[in-house]
Design a protein around this ligand. Structure first.
Ligand code: SF4
Length: 355
């Protein structure tokens, strides 16, 4: 099965294209106080190392908005300013060099404030994300629907898009996030039918890393498999680097992006005679810097391992105090358990240079 993506209008965030024929872009958001420039830049450098392609920072006050100028000087990836309530923070952020801003139509206020933001975005030629959030819908929309249903999210978004279009602004990215998976799916499906602006996918309040990654993946995978979505954020209550790791894992699971090392490992069973969790962690540490797409299997027995993982480029099948190194299901060599990881790495390096 191959996924046919909905074709959307391309926009540029700095040099990064979202929509059109661009690959689905991975983004994350810092958790530091943005006004703490050193801490924010440090976190963004960690995200860049994890191959995060765009980063968003919260802008809750003027000091944070002004800090964007200095942060931008020290990072490589494009930066988005996240604005709630105060339109003046959007104006300061745009002047400070933000590559895009995100506004929440539920709390940005009167129409003239939006016009000011649109004018500044036009002057500085940057796009805007209209980021509807189920937890902060406009009062009139909530009064009409009584709860933040998918229809309510779409209506809030449509009302705001109208205002942008009336002001001849179309450098838009759209999102409509809810904490409920089914609400999010229904909302994004309708938006994809109605508009050709690129879509930013995500859930709000997804949860701790394990639960949050599962919930986000449930929603995002269904949408992505239908060809919906141009950029994703896997929101997690945890290290933002994990958001990036989860996003890439999701995208490559759907064959939408190829990136770096993919480790597959068996769940183990009564045939396993090795500490496979420990062995898998060692393999990951030994190969983590790999940037080329490569699939490596770590299997818990020599009888079934090579065959079960014949789709892997390379693999280990561990047995009692010894194991096999294999490639595409074919056994290359046998060695002692203590040498398995180094032997695997040596075999991979014969074919792919480790960076
Ligand atoms: S590879 Fe071997 S140890 Fe792992 S699940 Fe399969 S049979 Fe069990």
């Amino acid at each position: 099965m191959t996924i046919t993506r909905h074709r959307t209008k391309p926009i540029f965030v700095g040099k990064v294209q979202i929509g059109g024929d661009a690959p689905i872009v991975v983004q994350s958001m810092t958790k530091t106080k943005t006004e703490n420039v050193a801490a924010t830049v440090k976190e963004i450098h960690r995200l860049e190392k994890a191959n995060c392609e765009i980063v968003r920072v919260a802008v809750p006050n003027q000091t944070a908005a002004s800090a964007i100028k200095e942060i931008k000087k020290r990072i490589k990836i494009p930066l988005i300013a996240d604005i709630h309530f105060d339109y003046r923070l959007a104006l300061i952020s745009i002047k400070a060099g933000a590559d895009k801003i995100r506004i929440n139509p539920g709390n940005i206020g009167a129409g003239w404030k939006l016009k000011e933001i649109i004018k500044a975005a036009k002057d500085y030629q940057i796009p805007i994300r209209i980021g509807v959030n189920a937890g902060s819908l406009e009062k009139q929309v909530l009064d009409k629907y009584r709860s933040p249903t998918a229809k309510a999210l779409v209506e809030s978004l449509s009302n705001t898009i109208d205002k942008f279009e009336k002001n001849n602004f179309n450098q838009l990215v759209l999102s409509a996030k809810a904490a409920e998976v089914l609400t999010s799916i229904a909302a994004y499906e309708e938006i994809a039918q109605l508009y050709s602006y690129p879509l930013h996918l995500g859930l709000t309040e997804a949860g701790l890393p394990f639960e949050g990654a599962v919930r986000s993946t449930t929603a995002l995978a269904i949408l992505l498999a239908k060809g919906i979505g141009d950029t994703i954020r896997v929101s997690l209550t945890g290290d933002p680097v994990l958001e990036v790791v989860a996003a890439y894992e999701l995208l490559r699971s759907l064959a939408l992006r190829e990136y770096g090392l993919m480790i597959i490992s068996c769940p183990t069973c009564g045939r396993c005679q090795v500490n496979l969790i420990d062995l898998t962690e060692k393999v990951k540490r030994a190969l983590i810097k790999y940037k080329e797409p490569i699939k490596v299997a770590v299997m818990g027995c020599m009888v079934n391992g090579p065959g079960e993982a014949k789709g892997a480029d390379f693999g280990i099948a561990a047995g009692k105090r010894a194991g096999l190194i294999f490639s595409k299901g074919n056994i290359i060599r046998k060695c002692a358990e203590k040498d398995l990881v180094s032997a695997l790495r040596a075999e991979i390096e014969k074919v792919h240079k480790l960076k």
